[in-house]
Design a binder for this molecule. Structure first.
Ligand SMILES: [Zn+2]
Length: 97
């Protein structure tokens, strides 16, 4: 599993490891927050631009990252992207099932 950013997975992250489309999140868990951002409208705006780096992201997305994570925005941008890719794959699989 690619949970290298966290020392221990919370229960909701364990759920998400099995099913990324799970609706469970745990308040205060940064991986859950990254996953929540990946499900949200700010990511939707960012994905359309396909930014190469933090300096290229749409303002709405930069603000969302800043509000949720505060610091280490590039690191968390990568985590949100990771979750967004997994969510996209899972939705494609579901559609084709
Ligand atoms: Zn979590």
């Amino acid at each position: 599993m690619e949970a290298a950013m966290t020392k221990a997975l919370c229960a909701a992250c364990v759920d998400a490891a099995g099913n990324v489309l799970t609706g469970s999140y745990r308040a205060g868990c940064r991986e859950c927050e990254a996953r929540a951002v990946a499900h949200g409208p700010a990511w939707f705006a960012a994905e359309k631009v396909n930014p190469a780096g933090l300096k290229d992201v749409p303002e709405i997305y930069r603000l969302a990252l800043h509000k949720v994570f505060g610091t280490d925005l590039e690191q968390w941008r990568q985590r949100v992207k990771h979750w967004a890719e997994r969510i996209k794959e899972a939705k494609a699989i579901k559609r084709n099932a």
